[in-house]
Design a protein around this ligand. Structure first.
Ligand code: CA
Length: 219
């Protein structure tokens, strides 16, 4: 049975959502705190997470950034009372698959959950992203270049994923830092440059172009 994780600190909302989802045939678990949400999501036991933005100990954006930073592609739908465009953009930019402002109707939430699960389900069979001769198998966590396997650390894999999902686009250091390192590092950190160097060593220097003053682009 499909398991859905609900990270929400308002019992009234979590119980309403949990009862509704169980009536629709899903199994649910509720956590009320950001750290716990992250640890539980990383267990890999859940097919999807509904994630409240305003959570104690770590907010939803940080939970999401850490989750994506550790390479998880689990579908995440953000639940939030905040309706500003900035929060929505920040949420989607940090790797949310969808966004539902509170208050919402349960039917609306259920419809979005079904869409995201269906997307996850179809892509699970072909979870390979590739561009030219470089491929990343998201399930097996394997990287290859021209058919030759390349050994990557979790961070290197997450960085390569960002590039391969956005070939030809310039990604700034700040974007890469927040998507891969989850804001653990200050914006002045050179960790992105260091990891780009690692990827160049492993994949070959011709794949990542430095765009002066702007960032990096996967070619
Ligand atoms: Ca809350």
């Amino acid at each position: 049975m499909t398991r859905i994780l609900i990270a929400e600190d308002e019992p009234r909302i979590s119980s309403f959502v949990s009862k509704g989802l169980e009536a629709a045939g899903y199994m649910t678990a509720v956590v009320e705190d950001g750290n716990e949400a992250l640890q539980t999501a990383l267990s890999g036991e859940f097919a999807l997470m509904l994630l409240d933005v305003g959570l104690p100990s770590m907010d939803g954006f940080d939970v999401l950034a850490h989750l994506r930073g550790s390479g998880s592609t689990m579908p995440v739908i953000l639940l939030t009372a905040r309706t500003s465009t900035r929060d929505m953009v920040e949420g989607l930019d940090s790797g949310a698959n969808d966004y539902i402002p509170k208050p919402f109707k349960f039917d609306e939430l259920l419809a979005r959950v079904r869409v995201r699960l269906r997307e996850g389900g179809t892509s699970a069979n072909s979870m390979v992203i590739s561009h030219r001769e470089v491929s990343l198998d998201m399930l097996a966590r394997r990287a290859t270049v021209g058919g030759r396997e390349v050994d990557l650390s979790a961070r290197e894999f997450a960085l390569a994923e960002q590039f391969l999902r956005n070939p030809g686009l310039v990604l700034s250091r700040e974007q890469l830092l927040s998507r891969v390192w989850g804001l653990d590092f200050d914006p002045g950190s050179n960790v992105v440059d260091v990891y780009v160097r690692y990827l160049r060593t492993k994949f070959g220097t011709e794949h990542i172009e430095t765009v002066r003053g702007a960032g990096y682009r996967w070619l």
